[in-house]
Design a protein around this ligand. Structure first.
Ligand code: TRP
Ligand code: SF4
Length: 328
């Protein structure tokens, strides 16, 4: 592992993972495991920044997500998989970085402004919520990774991380490399109602869904809205089901469906059934691995603990350098 470039990324435990998470992040992480020295963690402290009133689901989601990760192919043999709150050094570095981070950097943060607007039902006027990117910066630079694979929505946070690292180095001497953003393409897949796939919209297909659940959800999907009757020709270009076919159905079958839809030779019911079958088949290996780990909760627990131990070792080394640099 020593020679490989290091990358790090994290997810907040806000719910079981869905296809959007798989295509937008997780599948990419699984691939990166062979090329990089990977650190992946569950950001449970970050979940508190907006959900501090409702903490009872965090523990469960933490387990769910670790199960999802292992099922999708992350493995402790290749990656360090851990939980943020089990490495307290993140909190110490967060505190020290908070001393040198100008508040206007945080107030300018586009995600901050967006979320304050979007989540107006929650009181987000807390110090912790404003400081979200400082904690994220600590999460990242404590492992000195070269890159951080994230979706475009997280890019501003990696940018603030670089600024904080630069400021630290300027003040105390060079301790931290500035990590690069490794942009992951956002998936071209929408939820069953054609909005962005999200647990809170109840339009998500989860990695843990059974073939029956997948079939039922696919059956509710909106197709070409212009296609009112079975005898009407359809337009696959505007159909969400067809976008799924492009990902989960063999290319020659996709071409066939394209023609059959345009000539009303295939109905939406049948078309959806075929897609649901292919999607369920594509997720079968994930479901099988999940069944394996579900039967071994102590193994999953051990993986998390062992990952935490490994991460802590690296984090402690960095913190020694940090304390020495600050002379504290
Ligand atoms: N903010 C990230 C998200 O909501 C989660 C996260 C926390 C993270 N710390 C991180 C991602 C460090 C990458 C690196 O998805
Ligand atoms: Fe969409 Fe298939 Fe119906 Fe065509 S036949 S509109 S591709 S679901």
């Amino acid at each position: 592992m020593g020679k490989k470039k290091r990358i790090l990324s994290g997810m907040r435990p806000t719910g079981p993972l869905h296809l959007g998470n798989l295509l937008g992040a997780l599948a990419n992480w699984v691939k990166m495991q062979d090329e990089y020295d990977c650190y992946f963690f569950i950001a449970d402290w970050h979940a508190l920044t907006s959900d501090y009133e409702n903490t009872d689901s965090i523990i469960n989601y933490r387990k769910e997500i670790m199960l999802d990760w292992l099922s999708a192919g992350l493995t402790p043999e290749k990656s360090t998989l851990f939980v943020q709150s089990s490495v307290k050094e993140h909190a110490e570095l967060f505190l020290l970085l908070s001393m040198i981070t100008p508040v206007p950097w945080l107030e300018r943060n586009p995600t901050y402004k967006e979320q304050i607007g979007a989540l107006s039902n929650k009181d987000l006027s807390t110090f912790g919520f404003l400081g979200y990117p400082v904690l994220q910066a600590a999460d990242i630079i404590i492992y000195k990774p070269q890159g951080v694979p994230v979706g475009i929505d997280q890019a501003p946070h990696v940018e603030i991380t670089r600024e904080i690292a630069r400021r630290f180095n300027h003040l105390y001497g060079r301790v931290f490399p500035e990590p690069e953003t490794i942009l992951t393409e956002t998936p071209k897949i929408l939820g069953t109602d054609r909005r962005k796939m999200s647990k809170s919209y109840e339009n998500a297909i989860f990695l843990s869904d059974s073939p029956d659940e997948i079939r039922a959800k696919v059956a509710t999907m909106i197709t070409d809205p212009q296609r009112a009757r079975r005898s009407d020709p359809g337009n696959p270009d505007v159909c969400n089901v067809f976008d799924f076919h492009k990902l989960y159905t063999q290319p020659d079958s996709v071409r066939q469906i394209d023609t059959q839809c345009r000539t009303a030779k295939i109905g939406c019911v049948e078309c959806k059934q075929e897609m649901a079958r292919n999607l369920a088949a594509a997720l079968a290996p994930i479901r099988d691995k999940r069944a394996y780990y579900e039967q071994r909760p102590e193994l999953v627990e051990e993986i998390m603990i062992e990952g935490g131990n490994r991460a802590r070792k690296t984090a402690r080394q960095t913190m020694e350098q940090v304390r020495e640099a600050i002379q504290i």
